[in-house]
Design a protein around this ligand. Structure first.
Ligand SMILES: NC(=O)c1ccc[n+]([C@@H]2O[C@H](COP(=O)([O-])OP(=O)(O)OC[C@H]3O[C@@H](n4cnc5c(N)ncnc54)[C@H](O)[C@@H]3O)[C@@H](O)[C@H]2O)c1
Length: 415
């Protein structure tokens, strides 16, 4: 049977990661790419690692004609124009079987809603890519503890964190382009994981009802004079004028609609995590049982002394967002699989082949966008936000955080 062909829109960091994931997947190939920059490099990489022809396409319309599903792997600020171009291509006859979008679905609830509406207009199945819900470690923990959940009761607290020293491209740091700071960029992962882990075993992905959220957004590292200077030099953004949060933490309270039991998901995200590199940390506590997952605890450690380090260039070989090339390094040899990228593409393509949405569809992505934006709203208002209040739900539909409007200095402490 012919391989299912996916086409990437965007050829940057995440496209390369997803291409790597395809090495561990059967029956799915990278058929083509359309991007403003980087297409030829991605094509060469795809051919080198044997994951598909990855033909370079001159437009989104051409890409859509030549693949089975398209993946929006471009920056957050380009979502709507790209989605519109896909819908136009479908109306002009492109026979796509599904559309995939990377997180976040939108920079605001209103943007996310437009994506949902456009997908409906195209009449196509969707996949919202939240890789961490597909992490083998997370799902093994949930499965392993299924008997305990059944006999003792569900997990009542999940703490979920994603942290690193800061993103790789300037647009991530510009809150008006990205949609905020680390809460918009990575809070979406941690909130989704907590919700997933807390859902009682066997229940749908959105079973528990989010009833309230509290949140603290702060600028701990990149708002100091030294931090601002470094950011300006490295990324060309001015955090004395348009800062975004580099730390966010909060609690989402969920209620079980059948039993009334309340459980909590605590999220923590930072761009000021000066350790070896990216760390995903999740734990779950139920009555009499628990799990803990920390991606910086690899089975493999490498030591490189000062003398030998001069020969090594920092190429993120050890780990995503790695910060060091000497000393005792944590090395994750298969990050694409560890973080869930392999399992999410398998899930999406299998669903599309049957004409169905992936486990996580655009509507689910919109719920996550809503929770992240509710986090900003709670932090701005200095309250625990009641998500069951119809007025709060109404406000969220048109809400845009001060930070994403470029007015972060009004809510963050800038030195
Ligand atoms: N799941 C994760 O953990 C994860 C990690 C990183 C990024 N992401 C998401 O993936 C998306 C892309 O991030 P990235 O890190 O690859 O960014 P990037 O800046 O490294 O790459 C973006 C690519 O898109 C291209 N591009 C820009 N505008 C475009 C347009 N209008 N049409 C077509 N191509 C365009 C650029 O030329 C570049 O090749 C973002 O939405 C980000 O949130 C997810």
């Amino acid at each position: 049977m012919a391989a299912f062909q996916v086409g990437y829109i965007g050829a940057g960091f995440i496209s390369t990661f997803h291409a790597r994931a395809l090495q561990y997947v059967r029956g799915i190939e990278l058929g083509g790419v359309y991007s403003i920059k980087g297409s030829e490099e991605l094509q060469a990489f795809a051919k080198k690692i044997g994951v598909g022809e990855c033909t370079v396409q001159p437009s989104i319309a051409e890409l859509c004609k030549n693949v089975d599903a398209v993946c929006i792997f471009a920056p957050n600020f380009a979502r709507i124009e790209i989605m519109q171009a896909i819908v136009d291509a479908v109306k002009e006859g492109a026979e796509l079987k599904g559309i995939i979008v990377e997180k976040p679905l939108g920079r605001t609830v209103a943007e996310g809603q437009i994506l949902v509406d456009l997908a409906k207009e195209a009449g196509l199945p969707t996949a919202y890519f939240e890789n961490q819900i597909h992490m083998k470690g997370i799902n093994a923990a949930v499965q392993q503890l299924a008997p305990q959940q059944k006999s003792m009761g569900p997990i009542t607290l999940c703490r979920s964190a994603e942290e690193h020293a800061g993103p790789h491209e300037p647009w991530f740091w510009d809150p008006t382009k990205q949609g905020g700071g680390v809460l918009s960029d990575m809070g979406c992962h941690s909130i989704a994981v907590a919700w997933h882990v807390l859902n009682p075993i066997g229940k749908p992905i959105d079973f528990l009802k989010p009833i309230s959220i509290s949140c603290d957004t702060a600028l701990l590292k990149w708002g100091t004079k030294e931090g601002q200077k470094k950011l300006m030099e490295k990324m060309g953004v001015d955090y004395s004028k348009t800062p975004a949060e580099d730390f966010a933490t909060g609690v989402v309270t969920f209620e079980n609609p059948e039993t009334g039991q309340r459980v909590k998901g605590q999220f923590t995200n930072s761009w000021m995590f000066d350790k070896q590199g990216l760390r995903l940390y999740m734990d779950g506590l139920g009555p009499g049982y628990a799990f803990e997952l920390n991606t910086l605890q690899s089975a493999l450690q490498i030591f490189i002394g000062d003398e030998a380090a001069e020969a090594v260039a920092d190429a993120e070989i050890a780990l995503e967002k790695s910060t060091a090339t000497r000393g005792l390094l944590t090395v994750e040899p298969n990050e694409a699989d560890l973080y869930g990228y392999t399992d999410e593409i398998i899930d999406a393509c299998n669903a599309f082949k049957q004409g169905k949405d992936a486990l996580l569809n655009f509507e689910y992505g919109l719920e996550i966008t809503k929770l992240c934006q509710a986090g900003y709203m709670a932090a701005e208002r200095g309250v625990t936000l009641n998500l069951t209040d119809p007025q709060v739900q109404e406000d969220l539909k048109t809400y845009q955080s001060l930070i994403s409007q470029g007015r972060g200095a009004e809510v963050l402490h800038v030195m």
